[in-house]
Design a protein around this ligand. Structure first.
Ligand code: AP5
Length: 216
């Protein structure tokens, strides 16, 4: 299965991706995670990306398309889930071209819909594990011990782009640059829209239903 997850910042793409990759045996390609790892490692790509990410802006298309092209061209990505890519129409067009070359068409584009007030609450309360990337929320999904990951014992941190001002900017960028992808995939007949409110398990069940998969 080849899926993309679309949705505004905080819609729950990373949270649901963790379940879906296990369930369907997919490889995740999350451009935000790749860029954050490059930042942490201090590579030239990471230094370039930092400037955009800290402002809540998108990293230039050619940089991100190059990253995804390299990853999807490897033999282990026959079945994949793309989280955070594509995010602009040029990225979606580049992805179509690449997948046509590889003979690996998309099965579905799953759109998670969540109202803005809830997105702001989710993002400003989010904590992420520095070691394994597990995601928590201060109120809705707190770790057992404050600041410590339940899964691996790693340190939890708050993303630099989750400050209230940067979240507002990211939401605006989503409306202007990413939302047009909804029509793009609707026209291709592969858009599956899911209500992203409610518990994590409820959202997972809705995604499985639109994919025509057996329930959990
Ligand atoms: P990226 O890392 O992709 O961030 P994003 O799309 O803004 O999405 P988030 O990771 O913030 O949210 P999410 O939808 O994954 O939500 P999550 O599951 O964590 O991108 C970051 C930056 O990198 C961009 O701004 C850009 O600069 C750059 N970038 C990345 N890709 C790019 C591209 N293709 N082109 C150009 N630039 C790119 O959940 C959020 C919180 O909500 C968590 O605390 C979670 O526990 C909680 N939560 C989730 N679901 C529920 C639920 N059902 N109920 C209650 N709480 C929930």
């Amino acid at each position: 299965m080849r899926l993309i997850l679309i949705g505004p910042p905080g819609a729950g793409k990373g949270t649901q991706a963790a379940f879906l990759v296990e369930r369907f045996g997919l490889v995740t390609v999350a451009t935000g995670d790749i860029l954050r790892a490059a930042r942490q490692a201090g590579t030239p790509l990471g230094l370039q990306a930092k400037e955009y990410m800290d402002r809540g802006a998108l990293v230039p298309d050619e940089v991100v398309i190059g990253l995804v092209r390299e990853r999807l061209s490897q033999p282990d990505t026959v079945n994949f889930l793309l989280d955070g890519f594509p995010r602009t129409v040029p990225q979606a067009e580049a992805l179509d071209g690449l997948l046509a070359e590889l003979g690996r068409p998309l099965d579905a584009a799953v759109l998670l819909e969540v109202p803005e007030e809830l997105l702001i609450d989710r993002l400003t309360g989010r904590y992420t594990c520095r070691s394994c990337g597990a995601v928590y929320h201060l109120k809705d999904h707190p770790p057992l011990r404050p600041g410590v990951c339940d899964r691996c014992g790693g340190e939890l941190y708050q993303r630099s782009d989750d400050s209230p001002e940067t979240v507002q900017r990211r939401l605006r960028v989503y409306r202007e640059e990413t939302a047009p992808l909804v029509d793009y995939y609707r026209r291709r007949g592969i858009l599956r829209t899911v209500d992203g409110t409610g518990t994590v398990a409820e959202v997972t069940d809705r995604i499985l239903a639109v994919l025509g998969a057996a329930p959990r």
